[in-house]
Design a protein around this ligand. Sequence first.
Ligand code: BG6
Ligand code: GLC
Length: 935
Amino acid sequence: MSSGQETPLVGKPLPSQLSPTCPGHGLAGVSESGSPQAQSRHLTAQMQSSLQPLCLSLETLHRVKGRMLEAMERGLSRRTHSQATVRMLPAFIRSTPDGTERGKFLVLELGDTHLRVLLMELSGDTDQRVTMEDQHFPVPDAITQGPGEKLFAFLATCLWEFLDELHMPQTDLELGFSFPFACRQTRLDQSYLISWSKGFRCPGVEGRDVVALLQEAIDKQDRYRIKVIAVVNDTTGTMMSCDASAGPCEVGLVVDAGTNSCFMAEARHVEVVEESEGRMGVVTEWGSFGDNGALNDVLSPYDHQLDQASLNPGKQRYEKMIGGLYLGEIVRHILTELFSGRTAPARLTEGSFQTQDILEISDEQVGLATARRVLRALGLEASDQDCFNTQQVCSAVCIRAAGLCAAGLAAILSHMCRSRELSRLKTSVAVDGAVVRAHAKFRQTLQQLVKQLAPECDVTLVQAEGSSKGIGMVTAVASRLAAQRRRVDRTLALLQLSHDALGTVQALLRQEMELGLKKETHASSSVRMLPTYICATPDGSERGDFLALDLGGTNFRVLLVKVGSRERGGVQIVSEIYSIPPHVAQGPGSQLFDHIVECIADFQTKQGMMGQTLPLGFTFSFPCQQTSLDQGILLSWTKGFNASGCVGQDVVKLLREAVKRKNHFALDVVAIVNDTVGTMMSCGYDDPSCEVGLIVGTGTNACYMEELRNVGALAGEEGRMCINMEWGAFGDNGCLDAFFTPFDRQVDEASLNPGRQRFEKLISGMYLGEIVRRILLELTAKGCLFRGRPSPKLQTPDIFQTKFLSSIESDGLALRQVCAILEELGLHVSCEDSVLVREVCQVVARRAAQLCGAAVAAVVEKIRENRGLEQLAVTVGVDGTLYKLHPHFAQQVQATVQQLAPRCSVTFLQSEDGSGKGAALIAAVACRVARHQRA
Ligand code: BG6
Ligand code: GLC
């Protein structure tokens, strides 16, 4: 009970911000306008002490809320679920109405004595019009007591009689079934009856799935094509009945004879179900809160008396303080004490106060008259003071119920706010049931106290429109979700690759590699297989200071690389990142190279190296035809570059000319290398078995050590040479056409280089976001996203960058964070939207990783076969933002390689220092060789 310092809601004056909810403080009967009738009466000391046990302070309600939260957590956790007092049953509802539901839906609502059949039609347009037709059928005793088969046949018969009456055409209809008995629900359309109650006793049903039984009965009659798609609890029906236009309504509260609630929980917190994405409706079954003693310090002697005399002592303790079925009994126990010593108590027998009486008596306007009528009907000659006292008791009992209910509701709201990682939660709560409906004060108190108990939540209580409509809405939402799912599956199926398909990609690349290597067939291959003039990986004897440039990835870097002995720290790097604005990357070539030279000058000035001429290694991540190590003719621009006047030119020459134009300093370019080669060399410095270089970043490509005898363009039979495959262009000759989806074609057509780099456009970071965006546009057009309304933001090309794809897929990322990422992009998404966006990202990234894996498998298998080995152990040096930052990409690449190249044991080694280091090492080797040649 409340301590001395606490602020009682009943019994003592309240702080002004609280609604006066205590006897004597503005409650019913004590008119605030100070009517003479009210002033003539007062709360006697005896009344005060009788009502004191019902007095709950705000602090106490906070405690109750805290315990409810704990009980909810126990119900949600897999470990404690089975023993939890608040059972938190999953209702398999994944979404609330979004206003786009449309069509005709049937509802069967089985009540104690009647069956209600309802046909609901939803317009699905902006103002979502709902029309309903219904019919009630009495359920005869012969049915409630007869065999289960008869009951379900009866339900099916009522259904077709109803539809016949409406002259319904024989179209397909979907049905929601309200079956108000204790069930173990395992799916939205699967629910096993645990036990009958409420006078039903139909043998052969307990332990069976009632949806299957109903479906069987409907199918047997073969009159209408009806599919039962949902079985629903009345509390979820309440939540779902609310109008979607007023904003989300994600909580349902019923205070009728009993009490229960439901809300949309984060699916990953509902541990008893497998799903971890999105939301899941949970029915709390909170009536049994307190059955483990959690409410012991709140229970009054009247509650104990009521409980003892009840059919289920010790059970449903929370419900017994709130549910309408019990309020009358609590009042009776208090009045028995108040009237003790008079003849009255004997007349106050069990059931003498009905819920309706209690609610009416609490009413400020008519309450006293009702009290007199009710007491008189019991044969009591009641004085004015008696009537006044009775009214105070009724009010106190109702207000306490509202307070306790508010504590439970606040627990739900705080849980939602916390688990969604929100600082504020805004939601409507759909309320229903005789107690809330009939008692305005109950609602007001509930609303005010929830505000105080969960101040972080903006809550609006909304009167529900009856559970039948809600059940229809559950059915309509399930139907919408299923239809959307089918459309999503159909769309994404285009991007799912089977093991065989990946094997085909591997074989095709292998074929293209062979064609590309041979002089005669080179021109017909889409992969260029460019010689690099690098014939060995580093051996650790390289030494000296080098300058390096690294152009073509996310960043342009200038580096100073000091290569020393391993004992003296090996390779040390100082570098500076410079930006290359798009207008420079896509402007005149001279401007691009001038810019590069300015960056070098800036770097040298910063490093105090002006005037020094160090040998320079140039990582240039574009396809170049080389005839020597220090010369490279640009074959084509790729990725975001398109500077004019460069294709067909020697890039080293373009750089030297720019240096001359600027007249700053001299440059000694000794090597031009592709980033794949730089990466292989950089990793090769630490691991001599690194004979493949792989890049999955802005673009994608690989290089590997090929036998010189296989390189048709070059003379020489002995030894190996690193080949820059330029696999980004794989498929440019049409050999991959069967794998391109419409989305890939759109991305290709809108790119800087249509028809080129087709394989790269399926895999690399520069394009994945665009593929995702195109799919999202398609899914929006199909009504599966953004309620079918295309957001102007989504029309913006390139809004999805690789970093967003990577962060959206991060493990354990709450949906809220996914939403936040999307909001950052200016996309306003619902929870379901963000689940779907994440799924699309997953599918697109998985395909990319698998295709990349298939290509790596082709490369390592070729190396193995070249060497005539049964088994090959090889290391692949890897770099690139997508590979490094995406949470699953690397693992998916590796898994695919393992599947497709089982005879190769492949280690993936991530490059830590970028390709610049590799370029410097290559420059070091070149300098050493040159020295030897001079000597
Ligand atoms: C880096 C290299 O390590 O990887 C770059 O130094 C290369 O030259 C890059 O292009 C690839 O990654 P991204 O993601 O920057 O394109
Ligand atoms: C593009 C370039 C290629 C580079 C790759 C990775 O495919 O053409 O040379 O290696 O991107 O950056």
